[in-house]
Design a protein around this ligand. Structure first.
Ligand code: F6P
Length: 540
């Protein structure tokens, strides 16, 4: 596919027509936009009316999905076709949350066995029977992993804090920077701490370094080699390497090559989530993911949340050249959600090669960033409202709080709506002039100030609304974004499931590490790297 084939003149005409009109005019013209451009899946609402769409352009967008055989691609993923073509792998994270009768049969038993093992451990923790080697109950769990083996569990354990079944403390260590593991260790006692080493490959530098540091700390604090089996678990596809590290077989939880790292929190990589919210909560989390899977597979494109959001993402990246996408969660529980989504989206769709190896000459994965509202209003919203970039926003908000205090949640909700409204309609010079003149300001001064206060509007957004962020809703949200990303990868004809781009840096860091250790090798580096190595050495 080339830019020319993809960016059709028909679609460009729609884009120019709608942008020329403006979002506020679209609402004036179609007062029923909300009922027309909103849809639901099991209590999760998507309002996508504040976008540059009307009947014709929306139809053109959904035809794009038809022309790219989206439905067939979805079926290929769910039925276990080898759609990760550069690694010759199936993509079956959806099987981990499927109902037993839907699981592609060859994996059903393995999934069941692993899940039972997770549930048994969660029961043990909940009943106080999960004990360390000296018989004291475990009260601290440290997840050691990075990327997909960290971000999802970290995000979900935090997001579901109101559903934790015990008072166990959960800590997450991912960075090679020793600051993180050492500050975690300060909060642990060796007799009551359980380490979960999560690594799909069990070869990742950061995770192995931190796991070794944790083991050394454990032994220094008073634990013995025999005690390790009460304090270290591992989750990996590479069970041999985990066993070599010293983790006994009964403490190993499996992973499979048909689950991508960034899609793995549904597997035993999500063990910390399961331990935090218990087996019932974890099952609800899986059910939420499955509910979105059913919706994605069966809802017509016009009502299909991941399809609509995926198509709108393509619409803005390729027709409006928007480049970035903001994610603003009006839910403090989702404080880690933008970080988690950064890996999910950018590691999946940050590609410029099509599935057949030809180059893309059109924009692909957007730069994703964000934070939690209302805090973000006081940091970067200015740039969205009046800056020079077009930044589509996804707002996420609940209608109820887990911890109501006075009117705070109502104010949180109204702030979310106010931001999307302000971004959509802006504030005209005429309105500003009326306001300022009514307050007695001189016309000259008002005219000058109005230029600065003018807000164009025309900033598109989606709003996702649920009642409360339950395990089920979180499962729905995650699966929604997984499928949004997949939808876009199909339209862009790229493989969302490999990540070759991250390999080069891993290799080079080894060579540079060797050059730092052996100064005689530093001259083989480019002059910048050589200069920086020298500076490092001179400053030890
Ligand atoms: O470096 C990127 C990456 O390969 C991610 O895709 C993955 O989630 C992360 O590293 C961790 O990998 P592992 O689980 O194998 O340690």
């Amino acid at each position: 596919m080339t830019h020319k084939e993809f960016i059709s003149s028909e679609m460009m005409d729609h884009k120019n027509r709608l942008q020329g009109k403006g979002l506020k005019a679209l609402f004036d013209q179609e007062p029923q936009r909300f009922s027309k451009y909103s849809t639901q899946c099991d209590g999760l609402l998507l309002d996508f009316s504040k976008n540059f769409i009307d009947e014709q352009s929306f139809a053109a967008l959904t035809s794009l999905a038809v022309s790219k055989n989206l439905r067939q691609n979805i079926d290929a993923m769910f039925s276990g076709k080898y759609i990760n073509n550069t690694e010759n792998r199936q993509v079956l994270h959806t099987a981990l949350r499927a109902r037993p009768e839907e699981i592609p049969c060859q994996y059903g038993e393995q999934i069941e066995v692993a899940r039972k093992k997770m549930f048994a451990l969660a029961d043990k923790l909940e009943s106080g029977d999960l004990k360390g080697s000296t018989g004291k109950p475990i009260n601290t769990i440290v997840n050691i992993g990075v990327g997909g083996s960290d971000l999802g569990p970290f995000m979900a354990v935090e997001a579901l804090q109101h559903y934790h079944t015990t008072s166990t403390r959960f800590l997450f260590v991912s960075n090679i920077d020793p600051v993180q593991i050492s500050s975690a260790m300060k909060q642990c006692h060796w007799e009551t701490t359980l380490f979960i080493v999560c690594s799909k490959t069990f070869t990742t530098l950061e995770t192995l370094a931190n796991a070794n540091a944790a083991r050394s700390w454990f032994l220094q604090q008073g634990g013995s080699i025999q005690d390790i089996k009460h304090h270290f678990l591992a989750v990996s596809t590479n069970l041999e390497a985990a066993a070599e590290f010293g983790i006994p077989e009964e403490n190993l939880f499996p992973m499979w090559d048909w689950v991508g790292g960034r899609y793995s929190l549904w597997s035993a990589i999500g063990l910390s989530i399961c331990l935090a919210i218990g087996k019932k909560g974890f099952q609800q989390f899986l059910d939420g993911g499955n509910s979105m899977d059913q919706h994605y597979r069966s809802a017509p494109y016009e009502k299909n949340i991941p399809v609509i959001m995926g198509l709108l993402g393509v619409w803005y990246s390729d027709y409006f050249q928007s480049q970035t996408q903001a994610m603003i969660c009006y839910d403090q529980n989702l404080v880690q959600f933008p970080n988690y989504l950064q890996q999910l989206d950018m590691e999946s769709n940050g590609k410029t090669v099509q599935k057949d190896g030809s180059a893309t000459d059109y924009a692909t994965g957007a730069i994703l960033w964000g934070g939690v509202g209302t805090n973000t209003q006081h940091s970067f919203h200015q740039l969205i409202h009046q800056g020079s970039h077009l930044i589509p926003v996804d707002f996420i908000v609940g209608t109820q709080s887990h911890v109501p205090i006075a009117n705070q949640h109502r104010d949180l909700f109204s702030n979310c709506l106010a931001q999307s409204q302000a971004m959509m309609q802006g504030r005209s010079i005429e309105t500003l002039m009326e306001e300022m003149l009514a307050k007695g300001m001189q016309r000259d001064e008002a005219e000058q100030l109005a230029k600065h206060r003018f807000i164009e509007g025309n900033k598109p957004s989606n709003t996702l609304v649920y009642q409360r962020l339950t395990p089920f809703v979180l499962g729905q949200l995650i699966a929604l974004y997984e499928h949004k990303i997949f939808t876009q990868s199909v339209i862009w004809n790229i493989n969302a499931f490999d990540q070759w781009g991250v390999e080069l840096g891993k290799q080079l860091s080894k060579t540079i590490g060797t050059a730092i250790e052996n100064p005689e090798q530093a001259h083989q580096q480019d002059s910048s790297t050589q200069g920086l190595i020298n500076f490092y050495q001179n400053n030890q």
